[in-house]
Design a protein around this ligand. Structure first.
Ligand code: ADP
Ligand code: ZN
Ligand code: ZN
Length: 735
């Protein structure tokens, strides 16, 4: 008997194992290539898998092995570089290999299908003779023929579906009778040719310096932080570099935060570089994503702008990666495969020996730490590119000032002044809904979610209570469930309450609100942004969504309503986030020649870090805050890991994590500290209890070396099957 030759297959399931299969009957193992997809039987299901290895021996008796059911690709769908990147990522983040590989594929390929280039098939009438007579007894065919007669250039499937639903079988009959012909057109790629060079800008000295430093290093790995204040012209530096890279015949990847992807940015890139931009983000449908994937692989796409998952596109010839707003949390994936696209991008650039540019006005502490260690190079843009200055920020002490519904008189007066000058005002409040708390006036009962440890948010327009954590909605009770009183108080302010209040104060002024509730519909955000640019609104109230990369030239006043919770959060990163937010939001003011002003309302006007930030700027602030991190041995000075467990009772998660802890401490390693198990900040969420182990290590190596061994041991724990657990490497949020 020959020794068994088995194929090692990764499957898209949240298990750490790889699975063994025999080749199809009568097919030699040499015919299978690593990186190709196969269809296999897995229990009662058929799954699509990916061949990741071959072996000459099996851990199981041959009789127990199943044959591959079907081979789906002739050639690997991942090249060796990308495959090794994904293997590295699976190991680094200690995530199931199948989940990692399949996350990196567009849905069309995950489902086992092939991507065919998008063609535009047109249906055209080719013979007009005897048509009416021949089709007299086929009314649907006649309708189609008559329609096509009026459209000599032909119609495509979408257009037909719109006018004549269910046209397919009648059309087939027409095709068979040769009355209609099908014409395949390659999808026309839209290239904007106008204004190619007209709005080319002369780089200023600092921009020129940054550009020159980078443009001489295009042929090797090099990670640069482009540390430039908001409006300093970072995008111009990206574009100048991208132009050189394209000229060398290579591809460019722009990674942007989830909501930073604006039509203005796309147009700016397309016109400047005279190239079609291909997109990759969550707003696209499966087939659009598949087309970008294919265009990237076939080098039809030279510039890709995308959100985090675009880092996994199959570039054969990548020459530059740009990460705009590198500090942004949305580069981190929070479900399934837990990865950080920024960090994977640095690895990928290193692997491909190409430069990577991290741009931001508020560098993350991790990146600053890497600069301090001379792993990354820092390039500064310290002035605004246009003739405009950074706005003044003033603290408004809310303790003494009279205020109504969260708006201080000082802010209202400042708004009045700007409104008279016909300027725009932006108010920032990171809280949706009308009021975050509803309280019984008689007995102090508070409406809480029955499934989460959280209060329900009041939505006045619909008279409902909604939990922002599990999305549960219910009617506002007619009477208090404890004392039967019907006197409720709405405490605190959400964006809707501020909007209502402003409409009362400033009658006749156009006001708009931008938050997740008001932009749920497709394109709603885009429309609102366009209306703001067109000057339709004078007051804009919004959440976090407004802080990212949007450029509002006529905004001269920014009001920051309530960010105090960032100053006493239990998350050690809260002050970093708050500082980034304040600088980014403030950066929306005075982007043109009009000088801007920022009013920051706070109940903690003496907070030292807040004052340092306002007096000396983000860089001085981060120096101080980094010192504190070092003293407390928090990241980026240590390496952090979370092991989380969820179950429908707290006891189970705690005992499971206790077991995990004993595995970890069995051979106690130097420089590792383990906290927990402790319940998550929100213990109960959507009816599930959550606990965690928090692990800090002085050296990355001491954890990384043991991680896969731990995973195997944890998987083998009897309780592992009764809880949902995961590992998060480099977590950015503690919740
Ligand atoms: P950032 O990306 O740093 O926020 P942008 O690249 O968007 O800044 O530039 C801010 C504004 O300044 C834009 O309107 C841009 O057109 C303009 N700008 C950038 N560089 C120059 C330059 N060298 N000369 C004139 N205007 C510039
Ligand atoms: Zn009550
Ligand atoms: Zn809830």
């Amino acid at each position: 008997m020959n020794s068994p030759s088995v194929l090692i297959v990764a499957l898209p399931i949240p298990l750490y194992q790889r699975f063994e299969y025999l080749p199809e009957k009568d097919v030699g193992i040499q015919h299978y290539k690593i990186g190709t997809r196969v269809r296999v039987q897995f229990g009662a299901r058929k799954l699509i898998g990916l061949i990741v290895d071959k072996a000459t021996t099996s851990s199981l008796p041959v009789k127990k092995l199943k044959h591959i059911s079907e081979s789906l690709d002739d050639e690997p769908i991942f090249d060796t570089n990308l495959l090794s990147l994904l293997f590295w990522a699976a190991d680094y983040y200690q995530q199931p290999i199948g989940e990692v590989l399949f996350t990196a594929l567009p849905a069309v390929l995950r489902k086992g299908k092939l991507i065919t280039p998008a063609t535009n098939t047109l249906y055209k009438l080719c013979s007009d003779q005897n048509l009416d007579k021949e089709l007299s007894r086929a009314p649907k065919q006649r309708i189609i023929a008559e329609l096509l007669r009026t459209q000599p250039q032909g119609l495509n499937a979408d257009e037909l579906s719109e006018i004549i639903p269910g046209w397919h079988s009648a059309m087939n009959a027409l095709l068979n009778k040769n009355f209609v012909e099908k014409i395949h057109q390659e999808h026309a790629t839209k290239i904007i040719t106008s204004n190619i060079t007209t709005d080319e800008l002369q780089l200023n000295t600092e921009q020129q310096q940054a550009y020159l430093t980078l443009s001489t290093k295009l042929d090797h790995f090099n990670c640069c932080l482009l540390d430039g204040i908001t409006g300093s012209g970072k995008t111009e530096v990206y574009l100048a570099l991208a132009k050189d890279v394209l000229k060398n015949g290579k591809q460019v990847l722009f990674l942007v935060p989830e909501i930073g992807l604006t039509p203005q940015l796309l147009q700016r890139i397309e016109t400047r570089l005279a190239e079609k931009v291909h997109l990759m983000h969550s707003g696209l449908n499966d087939s659009q994503r598949a087309q970008t994937w294919l265009a990237t692989k076939t080098k039809q796409a030279n510039i890709i702008v995308g959100t985090r998952s675009a880092i996994f596109l199959p570039f054969p010839n990548l020459g530059l990666i740009v990460i705009d707003e590198e500090h942004d949390l949305s580069f981190k994936q929070h479900e399934g495969f837990l990865y950080n696209a920024r960090d994977i991008a640095v690895y990928r650039a290193n692997q491909l020996k190409i430069p990577i540019l991290l741009g931001t006005a508020t560098p993350s502490f991790e990146t600053q730490h890497n600069v301090n260690n001379q792993r990354y190079q820092r390039l500064m843009l310290s002035k605004r590119a246009k003739d405009s200055s950074i706005p003044d920020v003033k603290l408004v002490d809310m303790r003494s000032k009279a205020s109504s519904d969260g708006l201080s008189n000082e802010l209202i007066q400042a708004m009045q002044t700007e409104l008279e000058k016909k300027n725009q005002i932006l108010l920032f409040l990171n809280r949706r809904g009308y009021a975050p708390t509803i309280l019984c006036q008689e007995c102090a009962w508070i409406a809480e979610c029955s499934r989460c440890d959280a209060r329900m948010t009041f939505y006045k327009n619909r008279n409902i209570l909604k939990c922002h954590h599990c999305l549960k909605e219910e009617k506002v009770p007619a009477a208090c469930p404890t004392c039967n009183s019907d006197k409720f108080l709405w405490l605190g302010e959400g964006t809707q309450r501020i909007e209502t209040k402003l409409k009362e104060i400033f009658t006749g002024i156009e006001i708009t609100r931008i938050d997740r509730d008001s932009t749920r519909k497709k394109d709603a955000l885009e429309e609102k942004l366009q209306e703001i640019h067109a000057g339709k609104y004078q007051i804009i109230i919004g959440t976090q969504m407004l802080s990212k990369g949007h450029d509002f030239p006529n905004v001269t006043l920014v009001g920051i309503l309530n960010v105090d919770h960032g100053l006493f959060s239990t998350d050690f990163r809260a002050t970093e986030r708050l500082a980034q937010l304040l600088i980014q939001v403030s950066g929306r003011a005075g982007r043109s020649t009009k000088k801007g002003k920022v009013l920051l309302q706070t109940y903690l006007p003496e907070h030292p870090l807040l004052n340092l930030l306002l007096a000396k700027g983000y860089s001085a602030f981060s120096k101080e805050a980094l010192k504190i991190r070092e003293e407390c041995a928090f990241p980026p000075y240590t390496f952090m890991l979370l092991i989380r467990a969820r179950a429908n009772n707290m006891g189970l998660t705690q005992s499971f994590l206790q077991n995990v802890k004993s595995i970890l401490t069995k051979n106690t390693l130097q420089g590792i500290t383990i906290y927990g198990p402790i319940p998550a900040l929100m213990e109960r969420k959507a009816g599930m209890y959550q606990s965690q182990l928090i692990i800090f290590a002085k050296h990355r190596k001491s954890i990384q070396q043991n991680l896969s061994e731990w995973t195997v041991a944890i998987t083998a724990l009897p309780l592992a099957k009764r809880v949902r657990w995961d590992i998060e490497v480099d977590p950015l949020e503690m919740n």
